[in-house]
Ligand binder design. Structure first.
Ligand SMILES: [Fe+2]
Length: 269
């Protein structure tokens, strides 16, 4: 019987819950370091003027090495010093419930392996370049982090709270896709990108801001019911006005669906 080949990074895995400083750093080869350097150089060329200002500020603060793969612990420490978030190591896709739980505890899972040299242009499975370059810079932004923590808590409620509509387990991954991975934002100086799926791919960066994909106003009810295709360039993208809008509208939406408690009662307790 033939078994289906699943590329590394696309298999479900349980996170490595050890402190990130206890996790051994893989012995990367020169070729792997070179792959990181090439990917990093490519993105340095395309991100200025296209990635949002909040992402560029985070990128400057993280200070990724340009020639060498960084250790996850080093990046985790830089994030923690700014917002208190940390990284944990994973080997592939984290099941949704575990993923939401991590986010609710202000932990972001990152792989620690890099794609093959022939996958520089495109890889279907997230590797550490996607996880770090794409996601880490916004983990230094307090407004984005507030949304991300709320998102994790809402996800935990979708699994644990029997009063919540079970459809929420489908709505939340779609919201994640159209915000955290493929979101656009209207900065003061123009339309910019904040989604990690776009920012870690040179082709997606250029395509997303071209006339190709349709740009839609941010609407969580619409997004929650919209299916997406992970194998092709995105044809429709949603634009937020600010990270305040993302945080506030997600809170209101999630509260409305019984996924987040009333902030006022939280403050009183
Ligand atoms: Fe991602």
């Amino acid at each position: 019987m033939e078994t289906e080949f699943v590329p590394r990074g696309m298999q479900e895995c349980i996170p490595d819950y050890r402190d990130i400083h206890q996790v051994e750093v893989p012995a990367y080869t020169d070729i792997e370091h070179h792959t990181w350097a090439q990917l990093y150089a490519n993105q340095q060329r395309v991100l200025p003027g296209r990635a949002c200002s909040e992402f560029m500020e985070g990128l400057a603060q993280v200070e990724f090495p340009s020639e060498k793969i960084p250790a996850l612990a080093q990046i985790s420490d830089r994030i923690k010093a700014n917002t208190g978030w940390t990284l944990t190591r994973v080997d592939g896709l984290v099941p949704n419930y575990e993923f939401f739980k991590l986010l609710s505890e202000r932990i972001f899972p990152s792989t620690d392996f890099i794609r093959r040299p022939d996958e520089i242009e495109y890889t279907p499975s997230p590797d550490m370049f996607h996880d770090l370059l794409g996601h880490a810079p916004l983990l230094l932004n307090p407004r984005f982090c507030a949304f991300f923590e709320d998102f994790g808590k809402a996800g935990v409620a979708a699994f644990e709270n029997p009063a919540v509509n079970p459809a929420a387990r489908d709505w939340l991954p779609r919201i994640y896709w159209f915000t955290v991975e493929y979101g656009l934002i209207q900065n003061l100086d123009g339309l910019r990108i904040y989604g990690a799926g776009i920012l870690s791919s040179p082709k997606e960066v250029l395509y997303s801001l071209s006339d190709g994909p349709k740009k839609l106003p941010f609407d969580l009810d619409e997004i929650a019911n919209k299916t997406y295709d992970i194998w092709h360039m995105q044809e429709e993208l949603f634009v937020i006005e600010s990270f305040d809008q993302l945080e506030d509208s997600f809170y209101a939406w999630a509260h409305n669906h019984g996924l987040l408690a009333d902030r006022r009662s939280e403050n009183r307790s």
